[in-house]
Design a protein around this ligand. Structure first.
Ligand code: GLN
Length: 303
């Protein structure tokens, strides 16, 4: 497996230079684009890696999967009254559908949906970001995971767009807590720094019927696990979810830090990272690496 990962790294590295690193906040615009890492964690506990698999990066929207998991654990089915389960077909930070759909976001993986999920977690925990950070540390078996204050402060400074979505949802009655408090928790979660190994380990429960070997806990039921994987397959890559299904064929979630996680149900959890993004905000080399890997091993769930 590691020889395959190294050959894929060699194949996709030349793509670096054809995309752009996220530049909506200065703290992310400064990231060195010339980086690539990949890690795969198997259900039997084997870790495979290549490139800069132990270099930390900003997990950004990948955090939306952790927040959703925490919310489902508490609210169960009732949470779907406040957020939908349909692909949006629009960019991750779009507001257009909110007005037509009475402040109910299309799915939990676009910003509007993740803000509602963060609002639910805000109602439940006294310190929502600390609850989330403890949860992530347990899942990744790494007590050193932290949020980057420079990134979260910068997100807050440039919050206008996320704040508009949250206030619009509040106007529709789909937001319970103080918007600014929820924005702080949401940005602290996005600014968590992890490496590919941490993320492959942390998401292994989604490949393992909801059971985490690292925390030795049943995180979600097997049914809830298939449901989250279904949502990741249909909405995990924003307006490129269809293209990801076509090219890779796995449940996945991307973030504008350049990370993508993918789940091979009942077998592996994968994390790939390279900071340059395509125009949908997904890692350019990361997508290509997952496509090559999925094709060589025959991983597509649609096979
Ligand atoms: N922090 C980013 C935002 O809210 C997360 C977006 C992303 O990774 N797609 O805009």
């Amino acid at each position: 497996m590691e020889a395959l990962l190294q050959s894929i790294e060699k194949k996709v590295r030349p793509l670096i230079g054809q995309g752009n690193v996220a530049d909506y906040i200065p703290a992310l615009a400064e990231v060195d684009p010339n980086q690539f890492g990949i890690a795969i964690y198997s259900n039997d506990g084997t870790l495979y890696q290549a490139g800069q698999a132990d270099t930390e990066f900003s997990i950004q929207s990948i955090s939306k999967v952790f927040s959703l998991t925490l919310a489902i654990k508490h609210y169960g089915e009732s949470m779907w009254q406040r957020v939908g389960r349909e692909p949006s077909g629009n960019p991750f930070n779009s507001l257009v559908q909110l007005e037509y759909e009475a402040g109910v976001p299309r799915n939990p993986f676009i910003n509007a949906g993740a803000l509602v999920v963060s609002d639910m977690n805000q109602s439940r925990f006294a310190s929502p970001h600390y609850a989330m950070r403890e949860f992530i540390r347990r899942l990744a078996d790494n007590p050193h995971i932290q949020s980057d204050k420079v990134v979260s402060d910068s997100e807050y400074e440039f919050r206008a767009r996320n704040a508009s979505m949250a206030y619009l949802m509040k106007a529709f009655g789909n937001f319970d807590n103080d918007v600014e408090d929820v924005l702080h928790s949401y940005f602290d979660n996005c600014a968590v720094r992890m490496n590919c190994i941490d993320l492959a380990k942390a998401f292994s429960f989604l490949a393992n019927k909801g059971f985490s070997q690292h925390s030795n806990e049943q995180i979600l039921s097997p049914r809830e696990t298939t449901q989250i994987n279904g949502l990741l397959a249909t909405s995990g890559l924003y307006d490129e979810a269809g293209n990801f299904a076509y090219r890779v064929g796995l449940p996945g979630k991307s973030g504008v830090g350049g990370g993508i996680i993918a789940i091979v149900p009942n077998q592996f959890s994968v994390c790939v990272w390279s900071p340059e993004l395509n125009k949908s905000g997904n890692s350019l080399a990361g997508m290509a690496a997952l496509e090559a890997l999925s094709e060589s091993i025959g991983w597509s769930v649609f096979g």
